[in-house]
Write a protein that binds this ligand. Structure first.
Ligand code: PEP
Length: 261
């Protein structure tokens, strides 16, 4: 099981960053969950320099820039230098700022070229009884996968994040039953791009108001490989309670993870 904590801009002091990181280090000592933290850009260096732990570092975004005269951009080369293992790409909060599927694809190429695993977010903004949202998801997936080689298609992690479930609370998250259906649906769509075996192996995370009270139910028998957390990852007590809820053997042993070095 892979747990990726996206601190977004919730963490605004080095002190809090270090405390949260230390909490994750302790939790990561168990081999049953893998923890990655997507921290604000400037804190990557701070935490990377002292990281001898099992906690993996992630970035919240990456530039399309190849480097050079692009003021303010954080390139994949810089992330690689800081030993970043994952980068979140196409998060709905960045898509809302104008990030298109084309930009998402360029960023995936940058990450892969530097040995960083992209965590690519997809998800509908609302649901309708006619199932239009399923066609929307199919379109998002197609836009991304058509730009990738066969090999690259197996190198990315997908995060299914229905936008309507983000930033709420456990009561408003996707239900375990719906998550099971969506993971199945996504794997079925993946068969077109990576074959049946590839689709089975693909890593799919869920994100959207995962909290200590719903984490275990969402993990158990739903076929999900882990979670992308937002607000629950920015509070040490809540994050600890959530990870502990996942340490029930049955939940954690469903893990199958390949992580690029
Ligand atoms: C997110 O924004 O990716 C997310 C999952 O946020 P939250 O957990 O706060 O809903």
């Amino acid at each position: 099981m892979l747990i990726v904590g996206n601190w977004k801009a919730y963490v605004e002091s080095q002190k809090k960053a270090k405390t949260l990181f230390a909490t994750a280090k302790k939790l990561a000592l168990t081999s049953r969950v893998k923890i990655a933290l997507a921290v604000p850009g400037p804190y990557i260096g701070l935490l990377s320099s002292q990281n001898r732990s099992k906690v993996l570092l992630a970035a919240q975004d990456v530039s399309v820039s190849l480097g050079g005269a692009t003021t303010g951009e954080i390139t994949a080369a810089v992330l690689k230098d800081l030993k970043v293992a994952f980068v979140i790409i196409g998060h709905s909060e960045r898509r809302a700022m104008g990030e298109t599927n084309e930009i998402v694809s360029e960023k995936i190429q940058q990450a892969l070229a530097h040995g960083i695993t992209p965590i690519v977010c997809i998800g509908e903004s609302e649901r309708d009884i006619d199932g239009t949202y399923l066609a929307f998801l199919r379109g998002q997936l197609h836009a991304i996968f058509q730009t990738l080689s066969q090999e690259q298609r197996q190198e990315i992690i997908l995060a299914y994040e229905p936008i309507w479930a983000i930033g709420k609370n456990a009561a408003n998250a996707l239900s375990p039953t719906d998550l099971t259906e969506m993971i199945l649906y996504i794997r079925k769509m993946l068969v077109e791009y990576v074959t049946e075996m590839g689709a089975e192996k693909s890593i799919i995370l869920y994100g959207g108001s995962v909290e200590p009270s719903n984490a275990s139910a969402l993990a158990k028998d739903t076929g999900v490989d882990g979670f992308l957390l937002g607000h629950a990852s920015a509070d040490a007590d809540i994050f600890t309670a959530l990870v502990k809820a996942l340490l029930i053997p049955k939940v954690a042993s469903s893990a199958r993870l390949k992580i690029r070095p």
